[in-house]
Design a protein around this ligand. Structure first.
Ligand code: ATP
Ligand code: MG
Length: 366
């Protein structure tokens, strides 16, 4: 379907550490790809995380959330750093991230894990990686045990101290994330694996029942179910068996990190957090990397690919998204590498030059 609106407002949240370096590049790439595809962007840069704490005393200023909510999509760099480690919990940069996710009501977290064939031999990765992995984890982000009540500390019938949390999923919560996952699986290779612990947990039994019911609307998607303990083994044993994985908040937290590690390259992986209506939030999966911040060493690919997800999942601008994805692959094919993915026989470049090479590739895509 061809989108009707071709001019978009983007909230830019550079954040901390390498965040400003990588978002600057992703912004340039968006502008260029947009101009080649007939799309205009209007950017507003706002404060979040440590940068916001330093300026305003809070990790998520009201104005940032208000501007973000009014925009068509949000591109975030990364937040946090040593500097704010000693701050109290409600005054930590990370709190700003949780608050903005909550404020935007983004309940679906999409994390692709792709092994780039160009990087399979990258010695800098210092990891074993499996060629051909291309999967997507769809994690429920705003419900489940991380938010369920009652929660807290108490004591049991014997007076022993306890700590407790509650996993609750309402039908609408399972249904909306399941629908998301089925739609995504349909656009990918048509396979969906729902991960739960339905042999032990009622919340999981309920989850599985709702997913099975939803499957009736998607006869073209091949649905399977897996217990989370088995899924974590299978991800390491034979990750290529997976296409789209659907799971709850806590299992998704763990499995999406596991899936990203089997690709070996944290500097390459994007993410999207989406709601029913309203703008989505797009960010690299890596953190603010304070150890290399300000040194022009960061790999901008994860943020550039997050901008591609912004176009595809946030704005429905698939052509521009594909142009950017292909440009990143082309840049790798032409041998350019930042230090984190460097290997013998490839060209070591800094963050800025990597960005310039991606721009050249954006322009040369047909
Ligand atoms: P957070 O808690 O915010 O997720 P973290 O402590 O888990 O942060 P990162 O900030 O992601 O970790 O950094 C982990 C390691 O990966 C660091 O050594 C960092 O330099 C490296 N790294 C992360 N992102 C990139 C990138 N884009 N390019 C190059 N190296 C990166
Ligand atoms: Mg981390």
């Amino acid at each position: 379907s061809s989108p009707s609106k071709r001019s978009y407002s983007i909230t830019l949240l550079p954040g901390d550490g390498i965040g400003p370096e990588v978002t600057a590049i992703a912004k340039n790439v968006l502008v260029l790809a947009g101009s080649l595809e007939g799309i205009k962007f209007d950017f507003r840069e706002m404060l979040l995380g440590g940068a916001a704490l330093d300026e305003t005393g809070v990790p998520l200023p009201d104005e940032t959330l208000a501007v973000a909510k009014q925009s068509d999509a949000i591109l975030l760099g990364a937040i946090g750093g040593y500097k704010w480690d000693k701050f109290e919990k409600h005054l930590k940069p990370e709190t700003g991230l949780l608050q903005i996710r909550e404020g935007l009501k983004v309940f679906a977290n999409l994390r692709p894990a792709i092994v780039f064939p160009q990087l399979v031999d990258a010695s800098a990765l210092k990891r074993e990686i499996v060629e051909g992995v291309d999967l997507m984890v769809v994690r429920e982000l705003t419900g489940g045990i991380y938010f369920g009540k009652p929660r807290g500390f108490g004591s049991d019938e014997n007076g022993e101290e306890t700590g407790f949390n509650t996993e609750i999923y309402a039908a609408y919560e399972v249904d909306r994330i399941a629908r998301f996952a089925f739609e995504i699986a349909r656009k990918r290779r048509g396979k969906l694996c729902s991960v739960d612990k339905a042999n032990v947990l009622e919340a999981s039994m309920f989850w599985r029942k709702r997913v099975q019911t939803m499957a009736l609307e998607y006869p073209d998607v091949e649905l399977s179910h897996m217990y989370v303990d088995n899924a974590s083994m299978q991800l390491v044993r034979y990750p290529k068996q997976f296409d789209t994985i659907l799971t709850n908040n806590i299992f998704g937290d763990i499995l999406s990190d596991e899936a990203s590690m089997i690709t070996g390259s944290i500097g390459m992986l994007p993410s999207a957090s989406l709601g029913d209506s309203g703008p989505g939030l797009f960010e690299p999966i890596h953190g603010s990397a304070p150890d290399i911040a300000g040194q022009d060493k960061a790999n901008p690919c994860a943020t550039v690919l997050s901008a591609a997800m912004l176009l595809k999942y946030g704005l429905g601008e698939d052509d521009a998204a594909e142009r950017i994805e292909n440009a990143v692959l082309d840049t790798l094919n032409r041998g350019f590498r930042t230090a984190d993915i460097h290997s013998d026989g490839t060209k070591l470049v800094g963050c800025k030059q990597m960005g310039e090479e991606i721009m050249k590739s954006v322009e040369s895509q047909v």
